[in-house]
Design a protein around this ligand. Structure first.
Ligand code: HMG
Length: 388
């Protein structure tokens, strides 16, 4: 039985900052950000948006009313959780009006956990092939103003339906996971911003790619020639290039040319949004399928990496109906509004974050349906503006 990704949908905030504006504000050469890091824009997060509202927006785009009733389990993968006990998935389940007889859980391992969620979902569907599992990767990547990581911030969510006989990607049996206790990036409970050993983290990423990819080849007997593209977790788009080039080296044949071209296709949407943490690999996959040279029946490799650290290499076969399962990625990115550096900084500082007091945010008129209206009695107030 084929099991895999049946549909994907993406949601981000309605605002972005250009990397030219950020570079100017930070006294950097814009080409460092545009070429050296490989980012054009980054999502700006208003205080009325967070991982719950972004996840709900992506889920709402994904599901038909019929599918809403068929979801047996919702797994929200995030490292920007808003509660140390209660799962983000519970709030999202309510906003999406999923059946009360639904299993709802949140999972975490930095940027890797959406991949774990997909693998767990595969297991559930293998046990009960009629079940549909909703996996949503949702995060706000936040390093802090004037930090080295600032240029790699971003935000958004990717929702995926994992089913039998999927329309987009049938996931293959073999996968290689690799985990080690590494301090390359972490966020202590008392901090709103990630702490990172930036250069070290890029080296650990490449090492984990090499470890998982080498073992995958040993287990399957496959080589690059068996793949039409490799999709990478893209914390910033140059990272994917670094990893791919670590494999290709001086290679310049048709296979290497195809891999490089399809990496550019994967990078296209990620250049516009920044790091989504858990969702980056899957926004990259959507971008690859929309912009790349890929055909049904071809194999796509996926490298997932989460700091701390855990990596996984796995693969899937592209299915014939894949275009129908992708939604309106380009339109959505084009519809966003540009904000200047001062507005970005104001939004950055206005987040609810770790505040303890009651807060009421002004109701936005930016078209977002699900909003964080504030905090009352230590409880976040989530509102569906179509209803309340
Ligand atoms: P930095 O020190 O600001 O930048 O840190 P740099 O000086 O290394 O320059 C970056 C690149 O720009 C270099 O290219 C420069 O040569 C180039 P490279 O040598 O890397 O190929 N450059 C220029 N290019 C063109 N024109 C110019 C110019 N000037 C310089 N004028 C760093 C960069 C990525 C380390 C920093 O932004 C950072 O710490 N980011 C956050 C950490 C991160 O994203 N790590 C990635 C791997 S870990 C991961 O993926 C997990 C993660 O997603 C979290 C999770 O799992 O939850 C992060």
């Amino acid at each position: 039985m084929k099991i895999g990704i049946d549909k994907l949908a993406f949601a981000t905030t309605p605002y972005y900052l250009t990397m030219e504006d950020l570079a100017q504000g930070r006294g950097e050469d814009p080409n460092k950000y545009l070429i050296g890091i490989g980012q054009d824009r980054q999502a700006v997060v208003p205080p009325t948006q967070d991982v719950v509202t972004l996840a709900a927006a992506a889920g709402e785009k994904l599901l038909t009313n019929e599918e809403r009733d068929q979801v047996s389990t919702i797994i929200v993968a995030t490292e920007s959780g808003i509660d140390n006990s209660k799962a983000t998935a519970i709030y999202v389940k309510r906003l999406l009006k999923l059946n009360d007889f639904t299993r709802a859980v949140e999972i975490k391992e930095a940027c890797y956990s959406a991949t774990a969620a997909i693998q767990f979902a595969r297991g559930l569907v293998a046990l009960k092939p009629q079940e549909k599992v909703l996996v949503i990767a949702s995060d706000v990547a936040r390093y802090g103003l004037n930090t080295g990581g600032e240029v790699t911030q971003g935000a958004g969510a990717v929702a995926m339906l994992i089913t039998a006989n999927p329309r987009v990607l049938a996931i293959e049996e073999t996968s290689v996971a690799y985990a080690k206790d590494v301090m390359d990036f972490w966020r202590p409970l008392y901090s709103e911003e990630a702490m990172v050993d930036g250069k070290y983290s890029t080296n650990v990423y490449i090492d984990f790619f090499k470890q998982t990819w080498t073992r995958y080849q040993q287990l399957t007997g496959q080589t690059l020639a068996d793949f039409t593209a490799l999709a990478f977790h893209l914390p910033f788009t140059k990272m994917g290039k670094k990893a791919l080039e670590a494999e290709l080296g001086e290679r310049d044949d048709t296979i290497a040319t195809r891999m490089r071209a399809n990496l550019k296709a994967e990078q296209a949407a990620c250049r516009q949004v920044g790091n989504l943490y858990t969702g980056s690999l899957y926004l990259g996959l959507m971008s690859l399928l929309v912009n790349g040279d890929v055909q049904p029946g071809e194999r796509i490799g996926l490298f997932s990496y989460g700091s701390g650290s855990e990596g996984e290499f796995y693969a899937g076969i592209l299915q014939s109906g894949y275009q129908a399962g992708l939604g309106d990625l380009s339109e959505q990115l084009a519809a966003r509004k540009r904000v200047d550096l001062a507005t970005y900084e104001k939004n950055f500082n206005a987040q609810l974050g770790l505040k303890e007091e009651d807060v009421t945010f002004e109701t936005p008129t930016d078209g977002q349906r699900f909003i964080l209206a504030g905090q009352k009695n230590h409880q976040r107030q989530y509102v569906d503006l179509n209803e309340d």
